[in-house]
Write a protein that binds this ligand. Structure first.
Ligand code: GLV
Ligand code: MN
Ligand code: MN
Length: 417
């Protein structure tokens, strides 16, 4: 099939979407249900309408946009990613898999392709954990892996819950039980799921390879801690009398680093990515600290051992310093193994297109981690400059993106024929 992928149009769309941001451009920040996120959703819906795709949204804002196939009773093939962005992000993470999928659909339509199975774009809600501390909220709920009690307990840093944000965004209020039941999808409701994404690592660029096909996604976990000490005057309270929440947090952050470095696995990575204090005045002892800790590994055993070390260290540090500790596991996930047939399908597309490709592990997590629980799944990676991601200078060239879209389109076509 002769596919006319247009790198310039796609780059214009990526740039237009990047302008919908809470931060000063070129920085992209699009936190779940912020004005920028809502406007970005509108932008995507317009593009879907331009392609005559049907649009459905579930109660948490996962967006499903379908190109009906000739055999509408067969489970569709799905593709997609996310458009939310962490604070101080770039313009490609997630976006390439959404706008790239639409460009693939457009090129297939233009080439006269008529799918036998339906093709569906999914734009997942809140792949990024910024609002509620837990990543892949939309796909977790689609896969039915987040119990109602956990959904009930989701709180942002102001203590606002999911129902608050959902209704503010225009979704009708619902009981958590109804919400969870209405979002969950049955197993094998899709014949397959393919996610196009930037690699977010350096390997493809370093090895000068165009495409990575993902075989496994590393196992993430997140802890949230609240530390309460006693504040006071920075001049008047002598050092032996202090119960400083920040210092306990600092020791915990060092314990995270030590647990990751001594796990015995080079793949264990630990990050204290959130560390806030109150009152935040230079002449006042911090009486409260909030930490969020991200710990991952390709192997569950070493990840879990490191997690337990941190969970043992935190109460010891806090008790020694007279600090009250609340510690919560927000998520502790399994790795995902991708479907060997889909991996082979993606490889075959690369061979047909004479594109270099290699098998890869994804160290970042993705909605594919949860889609893999309900249907055969794999991911197509493209190189990104210097392996940089979650930074404003994240970059993949229009040609690299177009190559990913070509491989995606070819694979979707073969799966839907
Ligand atoms: C996804 O954004 C991740 O943190 O891996
Ligand atoms: Mn991300
Ligand atoms: Mn992403």
């Amino acid at each position: 099939m002769n596919l006319n992928i247009d790198p310039n149009r796609l780059q214009r769309q990526i740039d237009d979407l990047a302008a919908l941001t809470e931060a000063e451009p070129p920085v992209v920040t699009r936190v779940l249900f912020s004005d920028a996120d809502l406007r970005a959703r509108g932008f995507i819906k317009n593009l879907c309408a331009d392609l005559n795709l049907s649009i459905r949204e579930d109660a948490i804002g996962n967006l499903f946009s379908r190109w009906n196939g000739k055999n509408a009773h067969l489970p569709p093939i799905a593709t997609g990613s996310h458009i939310d962005a962490i604070p101080n992000a770039g313009r490609y993470d997630g976006v390439v898999g959404v706008l790239g999928a639409l460009e693939a659909f457009r090129a297939l339509k233009q080439a006269g392709f008529e799918p036998a199975r339906s093709l569906e774009l999914i734009v997942f809600t809140a792949e990024e954990p910024t609002r509620f501390g837990i990543g892949c909220l939309g796909s977790r709920m689609l896969a039915g892996t987040l119990a109602a009690e956990r959904v009930e307990g989701l709180k942002d840093r102001e203590g606002l819950n999911l129902d608050h944000w959902r209704t503010k965004a225009g979704y009708p209020s619902a009981s958590t039980q109804d919400l969870v039941a209405s979002i969950r999808l049955p197993k094998n409701c899709y014949a397959g799921f393919l996610e196009l994404h930037i690699e977010q690592g350096p390997l493809l660029e370093r090895e000068n390879i165009s495409i990575g096909v993902v075989e496994k996604i590393a196992a993430p976990s997140t802890l949230r801690l609240q530390l309460t000490g006693i504040g006071g005057h920075a001049g008047a309270v002598l050092m032996p009398d202090r119960q400083d929440a920040l210092l306990a947090g600092a020791e915990i952050a060092l314990a995270v680093e030590a647990a990751a470095k001594t796990s015995g696995s080079p793949d264990t990575v630990g990050t204290t990515g959130v560390f806030r204090i109150e009152p935040g005045a230079v002449n006042s002892i911090p009486h409260r600290a909030w930490l969020e800790i991200d710990l991952r590994d390709t192997q569950v055993q070493t990840r879990d051992e490191a997690l337990e070390k941190i969970e043992q260290a935190a109460p010891q540090i806090c008790s020694r310093r007279g600090i009250e500790l609340q510690i919560e596991r927000l998520n502790v996930d399994q790795p995902a193994i991708c479907d060997p047939h889909l991996v082979e399908n993606a490889f075959e597309s690369c061979r047909d297109l004479h594109v270099s490709a290699k098998r890869m592990i994804s160290r970042a997590y993705h909605d594919s981690l949860f889609m893999a629980a309900i249907c055969p799944t794999t991911m197509i990676f493209i190189p990104c400059r210097g392996g940089v991601s979650h930074r404003p200078d994240e970059y993949s060239s229009p040609e690299q993106i177009a190559m990913g879209v070509r491989v995606l389109a070819q694979t979707l076509a073969s799966l839907c024929s």
